[in-house]
Every structure is written in structure tokens, then in C-alpha cells.
Design a protein around this ligand. Sequence first.
Ligand code: BT5
Length: 329
Amino acid sequence: MMMDDEILHLLREKASNSLSGEEISHRLKVSRTAVWKRVKRLRSLGYEIEASTRSGYRLVRSPDLLTPSELKPILNTKWMGRMIHHFHTVDSTNSMAYQLALGGAQEGEVVIAEAQKKGKGRLGRYWFSPPSLNLYLSVILRPKIPPQQASLITLMAAVATADAIQKLSCLVPLIKWPNDILVKGRKVAGLLNEIHSEMDLIHFVILGIGVNLNMDRKMFPIGIRTKATSLKNEMGQKVSRKAFFSCLLEELERWYAIFLEEGGPPVLKAWRDRAQIKGRDVKVSSFGETLVGTAVDVDSDGALILETKDGKRKRVVAGDVEYSKRVES
Ligand code: BT5
């Protein structure tokens, strides 16, 4: 893999011209046959590389792959995503990131996959993750905050994801408590945060984000077809996965810094602006119980405050919300 990246790096430096096989072999200290084999391999991955005996190799087009060599040149972050673990298929990027974090992976390392076989939603649910169309990624964070504040990280990530969607698509997404991102009332992205902690110390948080970018409506499983959407569906045009990745990481890095420096208030304010939850009639399922009432707000820990018909206030820390009326963003 390293050598593939080095060849691509050299070819990109010479984007408008060709580079001879001899020069590549000289610079990488390998034989010309080895270079040729690698070029063949890169072509099989979708790279269009012209080869002529006179002038050498020229990179004509790169595939829409989310490999480190494709992503790093366009990434504008300071530290997030500087280490990217890319996989064609994994069970779940969250599970992979969790294992890497247990093994000592650093804050800001990212796991990304073209497809997931067992993409995870919350509460044992699934995340539909077909290959090469969308974004499935997990970021390892090691915030020095008490575990009770971990749900603010979920809200922070939801705000960052919504901001990235708006920047790239000009659509205005709405956040549905706690972690759904809706466009025109349909779910376009979901977040799953997993935390590894002691009573009063977080070891790490895995921030899992799935965004439907280029999936057509008919590709969704029947059960979610009317509830889910993709940016392509809503914009009527394909979205560059690389550009979206870059924008998302920038927003995450920015919002995480705000959260660490200023705490919950700016995150909660941005979340409230995006969620417009106050006064909505909602049905909430939480730990097997169903509550019906009016949403009052989220509190400083990100819990949902609900007023039931009999005027009682309830605090919900985890669960699912259904709006009585369909929401349009
Ligand atoms: C979520 O759960 O919305 C969290 C999804 C997180 C996915 C990312 S992908 C990268 C990382 N690695 C993982 O393994 N997971 C994270 P929840 O709120 O429980 O919503 C799950 C429900 O959404 C399912 O029961 C379906 O009804 C629906 N759903 C499944 N796949 C979907 C999709 N691709 N788009 C929209 N809705 C979907």
C-alpha cells in the first residue's frame, strides 16, 4: 500500500506531464518491473493511468475512493484525520475504531470504510451501508471530560454534520433528538457514539457517523425507503465523497475545539437552532416506556425535557422521538 501511495504522489506532482518508469524506479529504489506491476494494480482499483514507452506514466483520473492517498491532499484539518485507517469492507467502523482505541490509537485517528457488513445503529439496530456510495466513518476522541457530559459530544457531532451538509449542499438540515439528521423530513445521516470510561473518567469516545450521499431512493431497503434519503436524492446531483469527507472533518474539528474551550453552551445553542424542538408534540420511547407530550427543551447535559398532558415534566436521557406532524426542514 505504501508504494501505491508513493507512486500516486509522484504522478500527482507531475499531473500535466508524464513521468518515466525509470525515474519512478530510481526515486522509489525498486525495479521498473515492480513499478509496472504496481501501476497495473492501481488500474485495477480504478486509477486511469496512461502508459507510453516514449514518455512514461501519466495519472489521468483517480477513482472516488476514500483511501488516505486520496483524502490527505484535500484535508484542511490541523490534527483530525491525519491518520486514516481505510478498509474496503468492515463489519462496523465503530467496532474497528473501538479495537484500535483499546490498542492505543490516538485522538483524531479515523476509520473509514467503503462498505459495512454489520453497520450499527443505536440500541442494537442496523445501519444500511452498501459499498462506494456513502460515508461511513468513526473518529477516535479522548476528551478530558466527565462521562455525564459525553452526550454533549453527540450533540456537537450532530451540529458539525448538519453544518457540513449545509455547506456542501445548501440544503438546510434539521436535527431530530438525539442524533438523526433530516433533510425535508427524511433521515440523511445518523450518529452512533460509543464510550469507554470509568465512573469519572472517559478513556475514549468513538464518534460514528453515517451519511447517505449518493444512494438512489430505490436502493434503500423497503422498510426505510419512505423515511430515508440521500443528498443526491435531494440535490438532484452526485456528491463528491472526498469533498464531503474533507468538509465534515473540518466542521468536526472546529466544533470539538469550541466544545473543549467553551463547554456546552455554544453547542447547545447551535443544536437548539438546528433542532427547533421547543413546543413540538412528540412521542418518546425510552427503555420500553412510551411518553406523549410537548418537548420543552434539552437540558445542559443534552437530555430531552418533556411536558406530559398532565403537566408533569419528564427528563429523557436516551430513546427515540417521533414527531406528531411530519417536519419539513
Ligand atoms: C443511527 O442509529 O442513526 C446511528 C447510525 C450510525 C451509523 C454509523 S456508520 C459509521 C459508524 N459505524 C457503525 O457501525 N455505525 C456508525 P438509529 O437512530 O438507531 O437509527 C437506525 C435506524 O435507521 C434503523 O433501524 C433503520 O430504521 C434506519 N436506517 C438504517 N440504515 C439507514 C440509512 N442508511 N439511512 C437512513 N436510515 C437508516
